[in-house]
Each structure stands twice: as structure tokens, then as C-alpha cells.
Ligand binder design. Structure first.
Ligand code: MCA
Ligand code: AMP
Length: 507
């Protein structure tokens, strides 16, 4: 029986005494023990009644057990649906219902809030806490180590929701082969080996920390220093033990802001990579000047895993995302006709390859809109190839804000603000922010005679939107700028409020 992803990432760990995970408290988990944990997680999923192809929705803090649960799901053939720990109960309700998940595993601290969500969706609720506590942890301890079930390369391994421009999130269906092929390509492109120790400070509910970081290391036999999140002091303390780190640009700007982050501290490091959001060329340059390391920037998406990367050995060019990864085709097209544009011209970035997802869960029309019959996926990102073949991302055709590496779809926020008392209409935009790259700003047009205040509006959003999606500032205008077609001119608003969080503005 084969289960390609399990066979490549987890099966080889069995019985190995070497350290795989370095935990925050100073403990370690050996590769063999981690393998056993994952096999017991598979056993616990099976004992909970999940069968291959069923979905498990997981909103838990990062821990060794949480990572083992991912391996358990892969081994049990259960489709893993990770959820940002910042999502409110209302947001979680949509994902559990839409996916038809049979089981929701949540932080014990949120069990009370999520119990009605699980019940309404007809899902069972179990818990897994940061300290490896909770009912699922108990079930893992009691479960036998289950053998991996057979899976085909095109069977689903993950269902990762990405917000939609119309406000409704879409579940990107990722197959075993999508994940395995990308892990293999990245491991080789970035030269990961069993001597690597990755400082893992990314969340494990999005592609970057969940697959890019974790699968690359599991595949190549290295180790990970697990941090529950990005804590500057902890990262600085652990960098001397690491050989590689993957991060979003905010990681690197925060490190550069700290005088303890020196050339000596990272002299032994092999690799820093960046993605999920644009890395400013000035950050790349400042990092190189301070440390002697050139950050390797790459470009990916939930739907496609990683598409392009700067070279490991060649020139890592600031402000670019490098070349298509082996096996991945990247083209730049005319957004209206889909015909390829000449080198140097800006157009829509399209991607095809074994990395590209199978489609959106229960949304064949959306899939057809974004995936061409010839297999190319229309990313919504605008880019151009330079004369040396490096891809530059120059903008987004989609109305999307990326704040600290998290995506915020303005429509989702606008729909809620537009319902608020005293608000006639709203426009939500991303503006430059020194820490998060972009920050969410809401422009409000009050209803006649009304004076909606920020505190009231924030209060209305509190239970309905994850905190990182909530506007960091509100601005009031008598009317929104519109073009002759009546479309809100967000570019005008972005220009007008570009300095809101810089030049002494409050953040
Ligand atoms: C936290 N806050 C944020 C963000 N994160 N606000 C805006 N944007 C954010 N990204 C807010 C919290 O709500 C809170 O607000 C305050 O900041 C402090 O929260 P805390 O959790 O302590 O923040 P932090 O730990 O400093 O987090 C910042 C972070 C984190 C480390 C940059 O956001 C992060 O880990 N980002 C990585 C995201 C990521 O992995 N993206 C990959 C997805 P208040 O104080 O008001 O309550 S994209 C992907 O996977 C694609 C495929 C790709 O290409 O990689
Ligand atoms: P997500 O939907 O969370 O997977 O976010 C994917 C989006 O992040 C892409 O469509 C890009 O807009 C953006 N992105 C990822 N990596 C980069 C990068 N290196 N530079 C610029 N944007 C990026």
C-alpha cells in the first residue's frame, strides 16, 4: 500500500533517535517519537470515525502535537483543513459548514465558543492545546499507532481556504502530489539536507509554515526549532542554533530594527528566505549590508504552493521573485485575452505545473473562472519578466491587502461596515505600514447627520472578523471618489492616505 506523501515525509522517520523538533521549553522530540505521535494522531482520527476523504478542521495553537496531527491526517487519508487561530467563531462556522468537516479540533480555551459552531455544522468537537492537552491529545495517547492508508497522488491532502473577492472564502483543494512535488522541488532548489536546522517561527495554518517550511525539512531529514510564533527575543536567542529561517518580510524588518541582530549572530546561517508578501528592495539591501546574507525571495500562493524562486547559487535580485521553479511554467499574459505578452511587458501572471491545485471545493464555476482549460491558473498578480528572466511582481489585479503576510479581502470588511448604523458606505484599502508592510484602513462615508466613531465600528467588527482584518484606522470622507462608471477609485484613496502610518502617523 502506498501513500506517497506519507511515504516520503513521515515513514522514513520511524525508529530514528535523532532530534527532529526542538521545543520552546528546551525539550526535544526525536524523529521516531514524532513518527509515533503522527501514527497515533491517525489512529485517533480513525477512532473519531473519520474515513479517507473526510475533512478535519483544525484551529489549534502551534505545538509538536499540532504538527503530528497534520502527519496523522495525511496517514489516515483525512483532508486537513487548517484555520488561522485569529478567526472568530463566526468565521470558523463558515469553514466547518462549507467543507462538511466531520470533526473540528480547537484550542481548549475556545471550546465553549466553538461548541455551538460544531453542533450547528453537525461536526464533532475535540480539543488540542498548546501544551499537548485536550480531548484530542487524550485520544492520541489512547490510540494505537495506525498504519498509513493507501492514497493516490491525486487524492486530496489539504483544503486551504483563501478569501474571495466577493467576500466568500474558497477552499483550495490540494492533492498529495501538489504538496509532495513542491516539497521535492524546494528541497533541491534551496539545498536542504539532513544537516539543516530550520528556525520555524511561522504559523502552521497557512501554506508558508505548514507546507513550505515543514515539508521541506521533513523530506530532507533535518530538524526544526519550533517557535509558537514570531517573538523577536526568542528568535534572536535561537538563531545561533539554526542554519536556515523562512519568514515574511515583517520578520526581517523587525530583526533589522534590533541592534542585537548582527553579522556575528548569523555568520553561520546558510539561508534566509522570504515570501507571502513583497520584500522591499531596501529591506533586502539593509539585510545584506548588516549581515552579509542575501535574502532569497520566492513567490507562491495557497492555490499553487511555490511558483518561482530566486536562485540559491546565482544572483538573488532584490525586488524580484526569481525564476519559475523546475517543473513549473510561468507566463505573463494580457488579462483580457490570455495571450502571452512579450518579455518586459506587464501582464497577468499565470502558472501551470504539478504544484497547481485541483480546484475550489464545491465551486466549479470559480474554478473555471480562474483555471484555464489548458491548465494555467490565473493568479491575480501582475508582473513582468526582465531581460535576464527574473519575474517582478508589480501589483495585484485582485482587490487584496497583504498585512504582515496575512491576506485581507476588503470586500469582507466593507460588507460589515456598510451594515453598521450611521455608515452610508465604506471603502477598505491597504496603505504602507512600517511593521506589516501594508495595513488595513477604512474610509467611511457617514449617513446624513450621523457621526460614526472608530470605537463603535471596531466594537461591531470584534466578534465577526479576525483581529488582523480589522482596520487599524478609520478615516471619514463626505463621499468616495468614483470614476464615470461609478467605480470607487481605490488608487486615489491609497494615494491620499499613503502616509497614514508613516511619517509620524499613529500605527
Ligand atoms: C498580528 N496582528 C496583525 C498581524 N498579526 N495585524 C495586522 N496584520 C498582521 N499580520 C495584530 C494582532 O491582531 C494584535 O492586534 C497585534 O497585531 C499583536 O498580535 P500578535 O499576535 O502578538 O502579533 P505578532 O505575533 O507580532 O504577529 C505578527 C506576525 C504575524 C509575526 C507578522 O502576523 C505572522 O506570523 N505573520 C505570518 C503570516 C504568514 O505566515 N503568512 C503566510 C500566508 P491588537 O494588539 O490590536 O489586538 S501566505 C502563504 O502561505 C503563501 C502561499 C506564500 O506565498 O507564502
Ligand atoms: P495567499 O492567498 O495567502 O496564498 O497569498 C498569495 C499571494 O501572496 C500571492 O497571490 C501574492 O499576491 C502574494 N505573494 C506571495 N509571495 C509574494 C512575494 N514574494 N512578493 C509579492 N507578493 C507575494
Amino acid at each position: 500500500m502506498t501513500n506517497p506523501l506519507h511515504d516520503a515525509l513521515y515513514a522514513p522517520l520511524a525508529g530514528q533517535g535523532r532530534d527532529l523538533l526542538h521545543l520552546p521549553g528546551g525539550g526535544t522530540v526525536s524523529a521516531g517519537d514524532f513518527h509515533a505521535m503522527a501514527a497515533r494522531a491517525a489512529g485517533a482520527l480513525m477512532a473519531a470515525g473519520l474515513e479517507p476523504g473526510d475533512r478535519v478542521a483544525v484551529q489549534v495553537p502551534k505545538s509538536a502535537e499540532a504538527l503530528a496531527l497534520i502527519g496523522g491526517a495525511i496517514g489516515a487519508g483525512v483532508v486537513f483543513l487548517p484555520l488561522n487561530t485569529a478567526y472568530t467563531a463566526q468565521e470558523v462556522a463558515y469553514f466547518v459548514t462549507d467543507s462538511g468537516a466531520k470533526l473540528l479540533i480547537a484550542d481548549p480555551a475556545r471550546a465553549e465558543a466553538l461548541a455551538p459552531v460544531a453542533q450547528a455544522a453537525g461536526a464533532r468537537l475535540m480539543t488540542l492545546g498548546a501544551a499537548g492537552d485536550g480531548t484530542f491529545a487524550e485520544a492520541m495517547a489512547a490510540a494505537p499507532e495506525a498504519a498509513a492508508v493507501a492514497r493516490r497522488p491525486d487524492d486530496l491532502a489539504g483544503l486551504l481556504y483563501t478569501s474571495g473577492t466577493t467576500g466568500r472564502s474558497k477552499g483550495a483543494m490540494l492533492t498529495q502530489d501538489n504538496l509532495l512535488s513542491n516539497a521535492q522541488v524546494l528541497a533541491e532548489a534551496w539545498r536542504f539536507t539532513d544537516r539543516d536546522v530550520l528556525l520555524h517561527a511561522l504559523p502552521v495554518f497557512h501554506t508558508h509554515g505548514l507546507f513550505v517550511a515543514t515539508n521541506t525539512v521533513l523530506l530532507t531529514g533535518g530538524a526544526m526549532i519550533l517557535h509558537p510564533g514570531f517573538d523577536l527575543d526568542a528568535v534572536i536567542a535561537d538563531l545561533p542554533r539554526a542554519t536556515a529561517m523562512m519568514g515574511v518580510p515583517t520578520f526581517y524588518t523587525r530583526l533589522l530594527d534590533d541592534p542585537r541582530f548582527t553579522r556575528d549572530l548569523v555568520a553561520h546561517m546558510r539561508l534566509f528566505t522570504s515570501g507571502s508578501a513583497p520584500l522591499l528592495a531596501e529591506t533586502h539591501a539593509a539585510f545584506a549590508a548588516r549581515t552579509g546574507h542575501r535574502i532569497l525571495e520566492r513567490y507562491g500562493m495557497t492555490e499553487t504552493n511555490m511558483n518561482t524562486s530566486n536562485p540559491y547559487a546565482g544572483d538573488r535580485r532584490a525586488g524580484t521573485v526569481g525564476f519559475a521553479l523546475p517543473g513549473v511554467e510561468v507566463t505573463v499574459t494580457d488579462p483580457d485575452t490570455g495571450t502571452e505578452r512579450p518579455q518586459g511587458e506587464t501582464g497577468m501572471i499565470e502558472v501551470r505545473g504539478p504544484n497547481v491545485f485541483a480546484g475550489y471545493w464545491n465551486m466549479p464555476d470559480k474554478t473555471a473562472e480562474e483555471k484555464r482549460p489548458n491548465g494555467f491558473f490565473i493568479t491575480g498578480d501582475l508582473g513582468r519578466f526582465d531581460a535576464d528572466g527574473y519575474l517582478h511582481i508589480v501589483g495585484r489585479a485582485k482587490d487584496l491587502i497583504i498585512s504582515g503576510g496575512y491576506n485581507v479581502y476588503p470586500k469582507e470588511v466593507e460588507l460589515l461596515l456598510d451594515e453598521a448604523p450611521g455608515v452610508l458606505e465604506s471603502a477598505v484599502i491597504g496603505v504602507p505600514h512600517p511593521d506589516f508592510g501594508e495595513a488595513v484602513l477604512a474610509v467611511i462615508v457617514p449617513a446624513a447627520g450621523a457621526e460614526p466613531d472608530a470605537a463603535t465600528l471596531q466594537g461591531l467588527l470584534r466578534d465577526r472578523l479576525a483581529r488582523y482584518k480589522q482596520p487599524k484606522a478609520f478615516e471619514v470622507l463626505p463621499a468616495l471618489p468614483r470614476n464615470t462608471m461609478g467605480k470607487v477609485q481605490k488608487a486615489d484613496l491609497r494615494a491620499r492616505f499613503a502616509q497614514r502610518f508613516t511619517n509620524g502617523g499613529t500605527a
